[in-house]
Write a protein that binds this ligand. Structure first.
Ligand SMILES: [Fe+2]
Length: 457
């Protein structure tokens, strides 16, 4: 795991932390190399070349996660093999190599990030290897038996040092709690990391038997990457079909054309600004596309009705979140989006539907969808009124914060608009305007009409 965030101007605390990490790494490396020279250089050059090659290959085997911003590598498996095989000094030196290779592959990494990554890699691998050796870990002659316990201890040490250093630098840079950084960004990597650790040990043991066994390691890696790519392609195709269905539903009404696309775009940007995890953002993206898919089951005469809905029609209309969530729940890759679709018309004050959930009871993804859905409805033409100006729609959101909307989501979303980070693409209907009619019920909690009681104080 590496730091890869952009930071145009780093706070002083971040600089101090980088200097501490780099100094600590230099001191550790100095001691380790001194010990290595004192004990005699026993590594063979072939080993160095092969493992340097493996470090490079492992960093190259980057698997992009669906949202593109995040990625995983199998570098930790190679790190553990190196720790077990070669001990602290060589492990720390390979850490330096890993950071250099990664920065070279990433291109244009600012100098301070390169220094920090080199420092944190040296500290991570060095500390884990020191712990492994100090507890008696050694697979050279005594076999694996005595190394199991030291290995079990060195694995959490490796991940603790790595995660702690990364979370602290992000926390100092972005002025948020390091625990939150970990929970939001890295908690989900634990399972992946725990698989890589024993894989590293197995590779080390195989390597002791025969250097060529390393290819036994590379083959499944290549296969895993290929299978993963197939899976991602299939998932993409599946998702595109559903998105096409949602767009077709939007397009069937000139007033909602492009609505799901815009809601998805706004929701993803807001979730990203709220530092949601990549997984969460992906779920929000699915839910954004599908949030109104349940309208497929609503009578078209109700959907297209330009006048006020009667009670029967209104209760029919209110079924669309539940119907949508049932559809989402049946889709293989989109199960988690189910709740967001179901609750996108809940209100922060508990007066929404279908369940009347309140505040934090509503999943955060659904609260985000609620805000951006309303905003898009306001900034798009509707049969009963033209689109509102952006500033006017923003004021309506602020007025509804704490009542209809989650105030934190409104705050983040409005900041994105005011900073110019979010491009608003309100939808204007090209066909001649139908005669405007006041409709107070059809989209009760979407509509921006400031005359309605829910937005006024
Ligand atoms: Fe809806």
């Amino acid at each position: 795991m590496k730091i890869s965030r952009r930071a145009s101007s780093l706070p002083l605390l971040s600089w101090i932390f980088i200097v501490l990490v780099v100094s600590g790494a230099i001191i550790m490396l100095g001691y380790l190399i001194r010990d290595l020279i004192r004990d005699g250089w026993t590594i063979n050059w072939w080993d160095l070349i092969i493992w340097a090659f493996l470090v490079i290959i492992a960093e190259k085997f980057v698997i992009s996660l669906p949202r593109g911003g995040a990625f995983v590598t199998v570098g930790a498996a190679v790190d553990f093999a190196i720790i077990v095989l070669f001990g602290p000094a060589i492990a720390a030196l390979f850490g330096l190599l890993g950071a250099l290779v990664n920065s070279w592959l990433a291109r244009k990494v600012p100098f301070y990030k390169l220094l920090f990554n080199m420092g944190q890699y040296v500290l991570t691998l060095g500390t884990a290897a020191i712990v492994f050796r100090a507890l008696g870990g050694d697979i050279s002659d005594s076999g694996i038996g005595s190394s199991i316990l030291p290995f079990l201890v060195c694995v959490p040490v490796y991940f603790f040092v790595n995660n702690a250093l990364i979370c602290l630098i992000i926390a100092f840079t972005e002025k948020i709690s390091p625990i939150r950084v970990w929970l939001v960004n890295f908690r989900w990597t634990v399972g992946h990391d725990l698989i890589l650790a024993p894989l590293g040990l197995v590779v080390a043991l195989l390597y002791k038997v025969s250097i060529w066994s390393i290819f036994v390691f590379l083959a499944p890696l290549a296969l895993a990457r290929y299978v993963y790519k197939l899976y991602m392609d299939l998932r993409g195709a599946y998702f595109d079909s559903i998105a096409a269905l949602a767009s077709a539903l939007d397009a069937s009404d000139p007033y909602t054309k492009g609505h799901s696309d815009r809601v998805t775009k706004y929701a993803v940007q807001t979730a990203r600004a709220m530092k949601s995890s990549e997984r969460e953002i992906e779920t929000i993206e699915f839910a954004g596309r599908l949030h109104d898919i349940g309208k497929i089951g609503i009578d078209r005469s109700i959907l297209r009705k330009r006048s006020k809905l009667n009670d029967r029609e209104w209760s029919e209309m209110q079924k669309h979140p539940v119907m949508g969530s049932e559809i989402a729940g049946k889709l293989k890759f989109m199960k988690e989006a189910e709740d967001y679709v179901n609750y996108h018309h809940e209100r922060y004050d508990g007066k929404g539907y279908p369940k009347g959930l309140k505040g934090e009871e509503i999943p955060v993804g659904a609260r985000i969808l609620g805000v951006v859905d309303a905003f898009d409805a306001m900034t798009s033409d509707r049969p009963y009124r033209p689109a509102l100006a952006i500033e006017e729609a923003v004021r309506e959101l602020e007025r509804g914060a704490g009542q209809q909307f989650d105030p934190i989501v409104v705050d983040v979303f409005v900041k994105l608009i005011r900073n110019g980070e979010l491009k608003v693409e309100g939808h204007k209907v090209k066909e001649p305007e139908p005669k405007p009619q006041q409709n107070s019920k059809q989209e009760l909690d979407l509509k921006p009409v400031k005359r309605t009681p829910q937005f006024s104080k």
